[in-house]
Design a protein around this ligand. Structure first.
Ligand SMILES: Cc1cc2nc3c(=O)[nH]c(=O)nc-3n(C[C@H](O)[C@H](O)[C@H](O)COP(=O)(O)O)c2cc1C
Length: 207
């Protein structure tokens, strides 16, 4: 499979390195797309060395490769771990301020988001509504675990272990993508027939 591994700017970003290892060891090609804030936690060197591929964050890097469309289109699976509260909100709103946002908008494959954040952020009505909307659209949102968070805090919001995320991601990939309309010209759309646009009444029986 071709996988895009998105990484958000949360303290659990380091765990995505273990997730990446599980993916590459299973023989998959993985392109890591961190947000700019994710690079504050784990640098591009780590992602490039572990994936063996260049790492881009900004939509305007390597424009000749048209990554903002190409990566999402060719992906068989997109996994974001950790998904921050901000990233969930942007994704639910369909925003694409960076490369990862563009990937999430162009991907028609299964998408798995693994949120991690402080308990208050997870239970905030905005986050609750964003998660509900994303699930309604067919995105797999993995529930965060309970345990140690940043600093001395603990509670709901911990990123599940990489093996658990990988298991959910493989299940989502096996189940396939939810149906969604394709962009005009990118797939075989039904050609309008001679009755397109007409309202027809059909009667039957002994009339
Ligand atoms: C030390 C530190 C840890 C953070 N951990 C998290 C986190 O686990 N989850 C989260 O949603 N935000 C966390 N944040 C806040 C995000 O970094 C911030 O909302 C940022 O805008 C997210 O950017 P991104 O979604 O583009 O990656 C943390 C910030 C700092 C400084």
């Amino acid at each position: 499979m071709e996988i895009v591994l998105g990484v958000g700017g949360g303290i659990a970003a380091y765990k995505a390195a273990l997730l990446l290892r599980l993916m590459t060891e299973a023989g998959h090609g993985v392109t890591v797309v961190p947000t700019a804030n994710a690079l504050e936690f784990v640098g591009a060197v780590t992602w490039e060395a572990l994936s063996g591929r260049p790492v881009r964050t900004d939509t305007f890097e390597a424009v000749d490769e048209v990554n903002h469309v190409r990566l999402g289109r060719r992906a068989d699976l997109v996994v974001v771990a950790p998904a921050t509260a901000d990233l969930l909100a942007r994704t639910a709103a369909g925003m694409a301020p960076d490369l990862l946002g563009n990937v999430l908008l162009t991907a028609t494959c299964p998408v798995v988001l693994a949120p991690a954040m402080h308990t208050e952020m997870w239970h905030h009505p905005a986050t609750v509504a964003n998660v509900a909307l994303l699930r309604e659209r067919g995105v797999t949102v993995v529930d965060p675990a309970v345990g140690r968070l940043t600093g001395t805090d603990s509670g709901t919001g911990r990123l599940p272990e990489p093996a658990e995320i990988w298991e959910r991601a493989q299940a989502a990939a096996a189940a396939g993508a939810p149906r969604r309309p394709r962009a005009s010209g990118t797939d075989a759309e039904p050609t309008p027939g001679p009755l397109a646009g007409r309202t027809v009444v059909i009667t039957a029986g002994g009339t």
